[in-house]
Design a protein around this ligand. Structure first.
Ligand code: ADP
Ligand code: MG
Length: 242
């Protein structure tokens, strides 16, 4: 059974169609990359997956169960789908350790001691143990993103969703976070990642979905996409050579 199956997903904002008939299958261990110009609907699609955005119509199955029904436990769903955003979205009034323990206590119901143990384990995986008492304002962008990824993974989600995780970083930090995402890929973490980084996409993606104004233009292996006849997709790959 697929982990997630998206069928005929449509999203309209104020009568304007932002996503048209999106289909997406994701299996355990898959890594799917989403690409497309700014405004093509990538973030909206990701946000529909855990109902940060309510789709207009269509179906999303998570392990065979519809997640768009009124009686669905959205908190439970969000435990299963970890999110990492471009702008880190750390709580500025909480230190690193507290940022990671919060969800473990509130959503997983861990005691403070259990949450701390789990958080420290996750932070050590990302070389952030020595920064545990720092506040987000005292961290570099790359360090903030490490904490955001550690926080998401501490929840043991079934799938990690990353929305342009390297876009807000300078080239060096961007490479560092991309290497880290590559490591997650080697560890077999199931991921959906929006990125403009073709190098990262080549390393991690089983398949790349290409969105254009809310429509899937292509959904295939990157070797196939790089030979694609669609001029828009070609342009995307030509940019890489510059
Ligand atoms: P991308 O992530 O590919 O840049 P988005 O999913 O953010 O694209 O946006 C797709 C389109 O949906 C854009 O035209 C954007 O203006 C519109 N949009 C996104 N969120 C909202 C919202 N909350 N209300 C109205 N329009 C929105
Ligand atoms: Mg976006």
């Amino acid at each position: 059974m697929a982990l997630m199956e998206v069928r005929d997903l449509v999203k309209e904002f104020d009568g304007q169609t932002v996503l048209s008939n999106i289909h997406l299958d994701l299996h355990d261990g898959d890594v799917r990359v989403l690409m497309g110009a700014s405004g093509s609907g990538k973030s909206t699609l990701l946000r529909c997956l855990n109902r940060l955005v309510e789709p207009t119509s269509g179906s999303i199955l998570f392990r065979g169960k519809e997640v768009l029904g009124p009686s669905v436990d959205v908190r439970e769903l969000r435990k299963q789908i970890g999110f990492v955003f471009q702008q880190f979205a750390l709580y500025s009034h909480l230190n690193v350790l507290e940022n990671v323990t919060l969800g473990l206590r509130k959503l997983h119901g861990m005691t403070p001691a259990e949450a701390k143990e789990k958080a420290l384990l996750e932070l050590s995986n990302f070389d952030m143990t020595m920064h545990q008492q720092k506040y987000p304002s005292q961290l570099s962008g790359g360090q903030k993103q490490r904490v955001a990824i550690a926080r998401a993974l501490a929840m043991d989600p079934a799938v990690l969703v990353l929305d342009e995780p390297t876009s807000a970083l300078d080239p060096v930090m961007s490479r560092d976070v991309a290497d880290l995402i590559n490591r997650l890929h080697e560890d077999g973490i199931t991921m959906i990642c929006v990125t403009h980084d073709l190098h990262l996409a080549r390393n991690i993606a089983d398949k790349v979905m290409f969105l254009d104004q809310g429509v899937i233009r292509a959904d295939d292996r990157i070797e196939v996409l790089s030979q694609h006849s669609d001029p828009q997709i070609q342009a995307f790959f030509q940019k890489e050579q510059v």
